[in-house]
Design a protein around this ligand. Structure first.
Ligand code: URP
Ligand code: ZN
Ligand code: ZN
Length: 469
């Protein structure tokens, strides 16, 4: 199958230029202006459109048991939503269960995806059982095509591991060319504050912000950066939401340490007052770390501009607002009585690409090329998928978004494709929308119509020794 995309403007992380693209068997085989249509099975006119690498979301939680229920998107609903929003690949977290191995977790997550996946996907694995055998197992992860390992400094009694385990994992991962990732919040402090708040009868949604303050995030982030200084092991800090955490990363990078940062689309828009409501509405935005104040939001944008963070993810972890009825699994309503029981997480896999374009590029905060870098290319480089993914170049997978920068779309839970009954960007009219989305040359979405297939998405196996940006 030969597809020719004509007359488009290619936008990559590095440049913007006019070029036609020839796609053969899912791969870009030629790029030039004025290519002949002869021999093409399909010709797409991309005049007026931007041709960008499909979004890569490096941080998602599909079909994940968490908070007394499960995230509500599986590998089909989540992928369909991703594609509608211009995301063609993502990396999900396989979570180790205590008493089981990390390889077990990866195999379990592979089973969740096979037959359902519609876009391409990879896995990170979370080390949650702090036993020596978990550390010893780290090199084995590469045989499963997994080259990144996550540590939780939070969720005491569930996923959190101690600093000794964190340091051992950092060292072992670096020795074998894996990248360590970390959720940086001080889980011991959260547990203590939570106990105290609950003892005082403080159950309103806003107390989530008190138990997960900026100081709690910043302390853990600074500690994680210090661990990089002690080990010189590469570390990618996930979902950074506060100014002081970003400052810790900035300082570490200024010293030349191999520390990288990720923020999430919700932290570029939502603030802590969205959670601190008198009614239950605030539960929609409860996630960890929670969004912080206006200054932190501004700091997130600054960090996106100055390169302190390399990626913008979603941490997509959707829960029904009104779950547990009409065939829905339980969701946020589990926490009606107290913030502490609200499952942590927000949806966003469908929104990230257009919302970041709208809030970032349309406002002049970031350039179109920086947009491509933080929504696609950098994740591909850091996690070992580049240049197959995250690139519009000869030899790359034709994972493409034909993006109409003039098209307006009002985001709403009424029309989105995520399997969840609310949207964090409800009512936001974005300018710029994915008109056509392709994965390995196959069109999954065109003009709002679903043309994808359950089972088409492929697992992306990743090797060791990836880029440190
Ligand atoms: O609230 C969040 N972030 N839920 C997903 C799990 C995690 O911490 O990344
Ligand atoms: Zn996390
Ligand atoms: Zn997460």
């Amino acid at each position: 199958m030969k597809t020719l995309i004509k007359n488009g403007t290619v936008v990559t992380a590095g440049e913007t230029f006019k070029s036609d693209l020839l796609i053969e068997e899912g791969v870009i085989t030629s790029m030039a202006q004025g290519m002949s249509e002869e021999g093409a099975d399909e010709v797409i006119d991309a005049a007026g459109l931007l041709v960008m690498p499909g979004g890569i979301d490096p941080h998602t939680h599909l079909d994940m048991p968490f908070g007394g229920t499960s995230s509500s998107d599986d590998f089909f609903t989540g992928h369909k939503a991703a594609a509608f929003g211009g995301t063609t690949c993502h990396i999900d977290f396989a979570i180790q269960q205590k008493g089981k191995t990390m390889v077990d977790a990866i195999q379990e997550w592979k089973k969740k995806a096979v037959g359902k996946a519609a876009v391409d996907y990879g896995f990170h694995v979370a080390l949650t059982d702090p036993v020596d055998s978990s550390i010893e197992e780290i090199p084995e992860l590469l045989k499963e095509g997994v080259s990144s390992l996550k540590i939780f400094m939070a969720y005491k009694g569930a996923f959190q591991v101690d600093d000794t385990t964190f340091l051992k994992a950092l060292k072992k991962s670096a020795e074998h060319g894996l990248t360590t990732m970390v959720h940086a919040e001080n889980g011991d402090a959260i547990a203590l504050l939570t106990e105290e708040l609950l003892a005082e009868g403080k159950n309103a949604m806003g107390y989530h912000n008190v138990a997960h303050s900026a100081a709690i995030e910043a302390e853990a982030t600074a500690r994680a950066v210090s661990f990089v200084e002690m080990t010189n092991a590469p570390l990618y800090i996930v979902h950074i939401a506060c100014e002081d955490g970003l400052e810790a990363v900035r300082k570490g990078r200024a010293k030349g340490l191999p520390v990288m940062g990720e923020t999430c689309v919700q932290y570029t828009h939502i603030t802590d007052d969205w959670i601190d409501t008198e009614d239950f509405e605030g539960a929609k935005y409860i996630c960890s770390p929670p969004p912080k104040g206006e200054d932190d939001k501004a700091a997130v944008w600054k960090a996106l501009r100055d390169g302190t963070v390399q990626t913008v993810a979603t941490d997509h972890c959707p829960f029904w607002f009104e779950g547990g009825k009409d065939g829905r699994i339980p969701g946020k309503e589990l926490g009606k009585e107290s913030w502490v029981k609200v499952p942590n997480g927000v949806p966003g896999i469908e929104d990230r690409f257009p919302v970041m374009w709208h809030l970032g590029v349309n406002s002049g905060k970031i350039s179109p090329n920086r947009f491509v870098e933080v929504t696609s290319t950098n994740a591909a480089k850091i996690f070992g998928m580049y240049p197959q993914k995250g690139s519009v170049s000869v030899g790359a997978h034709a994972d493409l978004v034909l993006f109409d920068p003039e098209m307006e779309h009002t985001i709403s839970a009424e029309t989105h494709h995520m399997n969840v009954d609310y949207n964090c960007y409800e009512g936001m009219t974005v300018k710029g929308w994915p008109k056509q989305v392709m994965v390995r040359g196959k069109t999954l979405v065109k003009d709002g119509e679903w043309l994808g297939e359950e089972g088409y998405g492929a697992f992306v196996s990743r090797d060791a020794d990836n880029e440190i940006l």
